[in-house]
Design a protein around this ligand. Structure first.
Ligand SMILES: Nc1nc2c(c(=O)[nH]1)N=C([C@H](O)[C@H](O)COP(=O)(O)OP(=O)(O)OP(=O)(O)O)CN2
Ligand SMILES: [Zn+2]
Length: 154
């Protein structure tokens, strides 16, 4: 039976702090620096019609988006230095710092690439959770209040 319910998108925002650099940048961003990133996770699905239940009237409890995004992204990247594997001098330097939280990325850590990685991590997580009834429809990652990248399903 096909559903008559409209789909609705909901978005949960979380923030974290990370260091990075863009090694071949022709401006300031080639230097080691950091950002307070903000990630906005948008899920699309039907609103639950479960009178009397905790999730009645929700696509998903915002707390569930927070929990999973914290687990898979924020706890991994917060107060970490995000470095491209090709940035070998820096990778080697960071490895000399005892217990330093370093995340080695496949590609240069632009906001586009980081948003792409976050989407690739979170898409299967949300596809498997909650009975497969939700779609990760967007990830928006802010590098600064003025600069961000959006990723949507292919
Ligand atoms: N397309 C991209 N361009 C740039 C990226 C990026 O990830 N993708 N990153 C940077 C720098 O890392 C930096 O984060 C952005 O610096 P900037 O342009 O200076 O942004 P601000 O918001 O700090 O700029 P204000 O001048 O203070 O408004 C560069 N480019
Ligand atoms: Zn930067």
């Amino acid at each position: 039976m096909t559903s008559t319910q409209p789909t609705i998108s909901i978005t949960r925002r979380l923030e974290f702090d990370s260091g990075h650099r863009i090694p071949n940048h022709d401006g300031q961003c080639k230097h080691l620096h950091g950002h307070r990133y903000a990630i906005e996770v948008t899920l699309t699905g039907e609103v639950a019609d479960h009178p009397g239940k905790a999730d009645d009237g929700m696509v998903l409890d915002f707390g569930d988006i927070k929990k999973l995004t914290n687990q898979y992204i924020v706890e991994q990247w917060d107060h970490a230095f995000l470095v491209a594997k090709e940035d070998k001098g820096l990778v080697n330097f960071l490895a000399t710092l005892p217990n330093h939280k370093t995340v080695i990325m496949e590609h240069v850590p632009t906001v586009e690439n980081l948003a792409n990685v976050a989407f690739a991590i979170m898409q299967p997580v949300f596809a498997k959770a909650f009975g497969g009834r939700l779609q990760l429809s967007a990830i928006r990652l802010y590098e600064t209040p003025n600069c961000w990248a959006d990723v949507h399903p292919a």
